[in-house]
Design a protein around this ligand. Structure first.
Ligand code: SF4
Length: 368
């Protein structure tokens, strides 16, 4: 197999007066001496420039249901070829993918996978889209953009699963290449972001408003509710009202269950009642499509028509159990159009999760 390249030329950085080099990809703006890595660990200074050290390297490929991202209004029922790399630009103590996001041993990453190989693999395996997920694609922007371009050339859509922690200039390039996104809104207080993620809430809200105002990217929002940290009715109501005021009623909200992980092993799992309470609060605030996740709750995972209340897409976990949607995304009962991206019928992938190894013929070397 081809050896991965050491460093791919990175975009979005500049030289400071004191000789350091500043990475401008995310609001951390890491200032680097030669040989230093940024907080994400994967962008590093080599000589006078910043390089991406994970270009072409994956922590593994898997075909997932699109609902697992989670996206409930984007080609429901279809398979998505999913992968991540290593590292992250947030430091969430509750990270549910910490083995990937905190990876420092790059040898655990698979051999090289070119953008073309990934796009070809998606076509060959009947996937409608490719998802950048498991860790945040913002930190491997150059690779994600090249994969997205290769996918578009082959009619494959792309999905970014991201915390939205990205600076304004790269944000434009990054999302120009994406068809859909799920943005993790981790909490709705700056204190939560500061103490548990060492980030800032405002930067994420800016990304959400940018997506709504400036792009055609279909996006949904996920909030992982953590007992005692971000699950108060007041905070959930504040988040829901903000979504209504700034994004409107048609951006779906997912409230998902926390499981003890990483540095929060002593925090209990989220009770299902908390998720149902959050869903109720958001619906009362006016958000039209609100879902529970990571629990068994068919009623909380069904898509209801906001015109007549009929169940349009029934779900049991990642299985689609009912489909009452017209070819143009309308409710079969009343004709009201459901916001999102829909095919004439549902995909048939179901709840399967299938690990994929890219074949030797697909693992071709990088162009740069
Ligand atoms: S992308 Fe990485 S190196 Fe760049 S500013 Fe963010 S954490 Fe620092």
């Amino acid at each position: 197999m081809d050896r991965p390249i050491e460093g791919f030329p990175a975009r979005y950085w500049h030289v400071l007066d004191d000789g350091r080099v500043q990475c401008d990809v995310c609001p951390r703006y890491c200032r680097l001496h030669d040989g230093q890595r940024g907080l994400c660990f994967v962008r590093a200074r080599q000589g006078g420039a910043v390089v991406l050290t994970t270009y072409g390297r994956s922590s593994g490929f898997c075909i997932d249901p699109i609902e697992k991202k989670p996206l409930n209004h984007f080609l429901p029922g279809t398979p998505v070829l999913s992968f991540g790399t290593a590292g992250c630009n947030l430091t969430c103590k509750f990270c549910q993918n910490w083995d990937i996001s905190k990876a420092r041993e790059f040898d655990r990453l698979q051999d090289f996978a070119s953008p073309e190989a990934i796009a070809e693999a998606a076509v060959a395996r009947g996937c409608r889209s490719v998802a950048f997920t498991y860790n945040d694609p913002v930190i491997f922007l150059e690779y994600a953009v090249d994969v997205a371009q290769a996918c578009r050339e082959r009619g494959i859509r792309t999905v970014a699963v991201s915390a939205g922690y990205i600076a304004p200039e790269p944000r434009v390039e990054f999302f120009r290449h994406m068809d859909a996104a799920n943005i993790d809104l981790k909490g709705f207080t700056d204190g939560f972001y500061k103490s548990l993620c060492t980030g800032r809430l405002a930067a994420v809200l800016e990304t959400l408003e940018y997506l709504k105002r400036e792009t055609a990217v279909w996006f949904e929002i996920t909030t992982l509710l953590i007992p005692g940290a971000n699950d108060s009715p007041q905070e959930i109501e504040a988040e829901s009202r903000w979504v209504m005021d700034r994004l409107g009623p048609d951006v779906p909200l997912h409230f998902t269950a926390f499981h003890p992980d990483w540095k929060m092993m002593d925090t209990p799992p989220t009770p299902p009642a908390t998720l149902r309470m959050a869903r109720r609060i958001a619906i009362e605030a006016g958000v039209r499509h609100v879902y529970t996740g990571n629990i068994h709750d068919p009623a909380g995972q069904t898509t209801y028509c906001h015109g007549c209340g009929a169940a349009m897409i029934g779900r049991d976990g990642y299985d689609i159990t009912a489909w009452r949607v017209s070819a143009d995304g309308g409710c079969l009962a009343c004709g009201t159009r459901c916001p999102g991206v829909f095919d004439a019928g549902p995909g048939r992938w179901g709840r399967r999760r299938r690990p994929v190894t890219l074949g030797a013929d697909e693992a071709t070397p990088p162009r740069a």
